[in-house]
Design a protein around this ligand. Sequence first.
Ligand code: NAG
Ligand code: NAG
Ligand code: NAG
Length: 464
Amino acid sequence: MSHCIGLLSIAAKFSLLVFLLSAVFLCSSLSDRNPEFALTKTEESDLKEEKGKESVTEDDADAEDLEVFYPTNWWQTVHPGQAIPAGLHVRLNLQTGEKEAKLPDSTNEKSDMKDQKKRKRLDKVDIDSNSFTSQELKEALAKLKENEKTKSTMEANLEDVRKRFRPIEELKAEFEQLNMRIETDYEIMVKLINKFNSSDSTLDEKIAALYDLEYYVHQVDNAKDFLSLGGLQLMINGLNSTEAVMKEHAAFVLGAALSSNPKVQIEAIEGGALQKLLVILATEQPLTVKKKALFALSSMLRHFPYAQQQFLKLGGLQVLRNLFKEKGMEALYVRVVTLLYDLIMEKMLLEGAQNNEDQMEEKVQQYSQVKLVPAVVEQDWCAIVSNLLALPEHDTREKVLKTVSVLMTFCKDRYRGDQHLNITLSMLRSEYEELAAEEQRQGDKDGYFKELLGSINTIIQELR
Ligand SMILES: *[C@@H]1O[C@H](CO)[C@@H](O)[C@H](O)[C@H]1NC(C)=O
Ligand SMILES: *[C@@H]1O[C@H](CO)[C@@H](O)[C@H](O)[C@H]1NC(C)=O
Ligand SMILES: *[C@@H]1O[C@H](CO)[C@@H](O)[C@H](O)[C@H]1NC(C)=O
């Protein structure tokens, strides 16, 4: 599988662009067959510009931290900060400038993984040319993009693409002739890590390096390289930096590297990441720092029962609970509840799936050590969760309702005596009855509000 990603910023001859773009289309359309190939952005000024843009949308990015990217067979936009599960096709959409991902065409994950290892790494292309400015290049690119809008090149079938574009080997040969250097993700990460680790770099430069690293370590293989390069430990050390912005970005990179990556999860917990993340969450820190720490913590805990066990041992659940007493941390509530929900479900689903495979048994054995639910009940998360039903956003309520439903078995007695909950549920029921009726009038028979109403009614019934 391929990640045809990268940013384009080079001063190049206009004619070059034609096959630069061909390369990208080839790459995005033939992603199963061709080595990865993308265009890189190396110019300082452009990097800065990009940074500036990114920081404006920082808040948007934050909102996505704990959002799981749900892949489909179609290309979908990956929002900044969204964790991309392992094994997806990722590409840069030239028309929108956004990252996109989808499920690989083959459903056989294992053979995909092998392909991934075998594949050649040709992620970036550096082009050295002084004859055109980056402004000229950008304009040229803009024109080309404009033209491309009329063709749906991305969807072109393979034959079509083969006819229209030259084979990648041919392109490579041309690049070589032009003395262009092909830079791999690995090399780029080495540079970024060195930039980050260098005592000559300013804080801004270090943060910029982290920002770029976050992008690379989403890829499972890159994250492993990041580990072997010593980058992971640098991030863990960054967690106790005196600079809030450093802690924030170190946690961000860490969270991205940890996502769906067992090897990194093990190394990170051995490197002391769990303790440091909990310290951040337990002490007075800006919300932005805690957000990213919670993101990294979630990535660390998901599908890693050993970490979950350690988390409980270290009093992590209590640390999360205390966030609900702290002023200004409201933005974290739903994220915390979602994490709890995921962890509870993870274990339940595994226990539900009766499977005789040894590996499965071992997993069940590991999860049996995670005494999450007793701790949840003991710390009265039942009420913490149900109180969040008072929040106004529908999608928040949806998540909370889901969590209340899974907690129902353990919290029933608590909920039965809760007059406040009784009133809240009645109010929500009337609200969603109305919204569902309206939805139906507009022709949507199985709409979103109907679904929410269904959850509410189920909860009310169970409490009778
Ligand atoms: C970071 O820099 C220190 C001091 O220069 C060096 O000893 C260490 O190996 C570097 N770490 C990495 C991961 O490059
Ligand atoms: C963070 O703590 C580790 C030891 O746990 C230490 O080696 C490192 O220097 C600390 N980093 C900072 C920036 O204080
Ligand atoms: C709320 O309490 C009233 C009585 O106090 C009861 O009739 C009703 O069923 C309760 N509703 C829910 C949703 O538990």
